[in-house]
Design a protein around this ligand. Sequence first.
Ligand SMILES: C[S@@+](CC[C@H](N)C(=O)[O-])C[C@H]1O[C@@H](n2cnc3c(N)ncnc32)[C@H](O)[C@@H]1O
Length: 243
Amino acid sequence: MNQVLEEIMKSGYVKSPSGNLIKVRSNITKEEGAFLTEIIAELKPNATLEVGLAYGISALYICQAIKKYPNPRHIIIDPSQNIDWGGLGLYSLRRAGYQEIIDFYEKPSQTVLPQLETMGVKVDFAFIDGWHSFDHTLVDFFYIDKLLNVGGVVAFDDSNWPSISKVIRFIIKNRSYTVFRYLPSTLSPLRLNSSFKYNVFMRAKAFFRKVGAFRMGIDPNSSCVALKKEAEDNRRWDFHRNF
Ligand SMILES: C[S@@+](CC[C@H](N)C(=O)[O-])C[C@H]1O[C@@H](n2cnc3c(N)ncnc32)[C@H](O)[C@@H]1O
């Protein structure tokens, strides 16, 4: 494992340029890092992209994995790297020796992704871990799909969140994507979160949402789901399947 990544995952802290230690937060887990690494080992992509850098944990895993292949490039998008994260994601990537293989955009994904499409950028793997609302995640997917080669994979972090699982349901029902892999959860598949405070109706809705995910071949409690693009979009203009 890259020494900087290993040091961060062991200690739970990132180092600042002045040597201060800052507690890592909002990051992917080591299981999710291994999950992304496995996907990349199978795809052997040259070009990858991620939305949401924060302290750079997923970026370190992705860069470590693609560094093995010829001419690796990793595009990273995050509007708040210097505002909210003290530039420490980029600093860790530099420390880890990945500066040469990254292209960083310090703007919101909804601005950058259409620009990348105009530039003709293509990628084989993308990871979405940015603003977690339904509409932002759907917009991220919409543009990433235009950049993704057929056979490529897009992975969603926090895929067990209602907003994200709804986007995944839309994609599987309406688009030529299949479940490539998901990270199995240790929870029983239909178990509701114990902190679920809502009424019977809300609990029933959550239960049926989980059954829906189960029927699509996904562990409903999985925190990371990867979908494979099987074909370019060839739907009629008025195509719609309920999801
Ligand atoms: C959950 S954190 C990402 C964690 C990171 N993937 C890791 O493993 O360390 C979410 C990130 O999304 C970024 N973000 C928020 N809105 C965004 C947007 N519109 N476009 C891109 N990134 C965004 C935030 O600044 C934050 O860094």
